[in-house]
Design a protein around this ligand. Structure first.
Ligand code: HEM
Length: 524
């Protein structure tokens, strides 16, 4: 009865032993980066990478330096660390690397066909240009008040904020920061970018569709897109239903006035050859924007609020910044405008610093489509040999690591927003960050941006795949944070949460509860 399991066990152990011996015995090719030791073939270092990629990369770097290869479910992933590694990956030439081939298995089933990574790179660049058209300053000006109102409505109605509404002055309440910020992020993004119809459907059918779609946006789907799982079936049904939902809105809108949102902006756009975007492409771009902004912004806002609760002195300074710029003669705080929001140094530093320590995208990946030399990776000075990454492998950079490099950042693991105004807090290499006005400028087809591929600070990526949602994210995060700080005093009763890396975007792990009371004097 036990024979079959015993045989299977012995067979598995024999495979593991052979695999381990093979790793030690096989002569190492001098052109290939060192391969990280692993016990189980195919599975490779998936457990270490999936549990804590930062710790895994740091340990590998101690042993092997900045360039090494690990196995992830049969894929050969070559990691290139540091600012040079960032440049190697984000500055990779189109003829050598492909983001589409690295991401399409994850994104296409969720976003839908014919957009983002389901199209050739030059089409994506055009689609990014269309989106940028909808991310105009004029639209942003209209969004500030809408976001502020959403936050205030949330404080006025959400059950976690009953203590805020209490008539007793010193009453403390608490909220799960991730849950609240996930709700606030989708409410504010839908009220602004996504449009009125999405916002009003959020309490109904759209929320269910969103959850089902989100269930297909996991690390597992990046590696195995089409496992016969119930969650993938729900993902596919939700993708179809959500796409039809946007197409219906487009049809209804054709007879009404355009609004200040992305759907209206996309409906006016055509490719360079004159072909207009189809309704289905517009619907799929809308889904892509919803998914691209939701977890990135909600995680960042959650981390920022946790740090503010942990450092009440910084929260008070942020409140003081508000009173300095927005005090009315009657003592209340007047509403914020978009142009003023961009000029608030502490708010800006808080967002920058939070993205430095907690970048939502810790690994930037590309598939190698043509053998690629790693410049300056001299493995044998006498023979002048550089590493060559073979076609079919993947390359990966991790700004999450260069952003905490102690040789660049003073007290690199400490959350200190004041470093951004301290000439010693950020070494010259990093302060010349990618949005530096003096940096090299380039147009990949979606407008002029700073190239910035060699910066150690890259929370929004760099190069042709650089994020297009950065300004919107700063606006959304900024208004959410200052509105919360205007209304609440916060503290952390427990320890600062650790990072949960099991989700696609690292999130604060449980418990992540912030205690709050209404700020006195109450400001409207
Ligand atoms: C790409 C970060 C918010 C839309 C990226 C990339 C990063 C990033 C690192 C580059 C990935 C790569 O090179 O492989 C962030 C962060 C955000 C944020 C930290 C918020 C804190 C948003 C928002 C939107 C958005 C709000 C949409 C409104 C996109 C799109 C791409 C992208 C469409 C793909 C660009 C391409 O591949 O060419 N983002 N993002 N992101 N982001 Fe964001």
């Amino acid at each position: 009865m036990y024979l079959i399991p015993m045989l299977l066990l012995s067979f598995s152990m024999a495979i593991v032993i052979c695999h381990v011996l093979w790793q030690f015995a096989k002569p190492h090719h001098p052109n290939l980066p060192p391969l990280i030791f692993h016990w189980i073939p195919v599975f490779g270092s998936a457990l270490q990478y999936g549990t804590d990629p930062i710790q895994f990369f740091s340990k590998c770097r101690e042993k092997h330096g900045n360039v090494f290869t690990f196995i992830l479910f049969g894929r050969r992933m070559t990691v290139a660390l540091g600012a040079k590694g960032n440049h190697f990956v984000t500055g990779g030439k189109l003829a050598e690397v492909s983001a589409e081939a690295a991401y399409t298995d994850l994104t296409t089933p969720v976003f839908g066909k014919d957009v983002v990574f389901d199209v050739p790179n030059h089409v994506l660049m055009e689609q990014k240009r269309f989106v940028k058209f909808g991310l105009s300053v004029e639209n942003f000006r209209a969004y500030v008040g809408l976001i502020e109102k959403e936050v205030r409505d949330y404080l006025a109605t959400d059950p976690s904020f009953s203590a805020y509404r209490s008539t007793k002055r010193e009453e403390w309440g608490s909220f799960d920061v991730l849950k609240s910020l996930q709700e606030l992020t989708i409410f504010t993004a839908s009220r602004t970018l996504q449009g009125e119809e999405v916002r009003s459907s959020l309490n109904k059918s759209f929320a269910g569709l969103y959850n089902d779609l989100d269930g297909g946006f996991t690390p597992l789907n990046l590696l195995f897109p089409n496992l016969p799982l119930p969650s993938n079936r729900r993902r596919d049904q939700a993708q179809k239903a959500m796409s039809e939902f946007y197409i219906r809105i487009l049809a209804e809108r054709k007879s009404t006035n355009a609004s200040h949102d992305m759907l209206s902006a996309l409906a006016t756009q055509s490719y360079k050859d004159g072909t207009p975007l189809t309704d289905q492409q517009i619907a799929h771009i809308m889904i892509a924007l919803l998914m691209a902004g939701q977890h990135t912004s909600s995680a960042t806002a959650s981390w920022a609020l946790l740090h503010l609760a942990h450092r009440p002195d910084v929260a008070q300074a942020l409140f003081d910044e508000q009173t300095k710029y927005f005090s009315s003669p009657d003592g209340s705080l007047r509403p914020i405008t978009y142009d003023e929001l961009r000029e608030l140094p502490l708010l800006d530093s808080i967002i920058r610093e939070t993205l430095r320590l907690h970048p939502p995208i810790h690994s930037i990946m590309r598939k190698v489509v043509k053998n690629m030399t790693v410049p300056g990776s001299l493995t044998s000075p006498s023979r002048d040999i550089n590493y060559v990454i073979p076609k079919g492998d993947f390359i990966l950079s991790s700004p999450a690591l260069s952003q905490i490099d102690p040789t660049i950042w003073k007290d690199s693991l400490t959350w200190d927003p004041y470093r951004w105004s301290d000439p010693e807090g950020v070494a010259s290499q990093a302060s010349k960050s990618y949005d530096d006005a003096t940096g090299e400028k380039i147009d990949y087809g979606f407008g002029i941006i700073s190239k910035g591929t060699e910066s150690p600070y890259q929370p929004f990526g760099a190069g042709r795949h650089r994020c297009i949602g950065e300004q919107f994210a700063y606006l959304q995060l900024g208004v959410i944070l200052v509105t919360m700080v205007r209304h609440l005093e916060m503290k952390l009763d427990g320890p600062f949460p650790s990072t949960n890396f099991h989700t696609l975007i690292p999130m604060p792990g449980s418990p992540r509860v912030i205690s709050y009371k209404r700020r006195a004097p109450f400001v409207a």
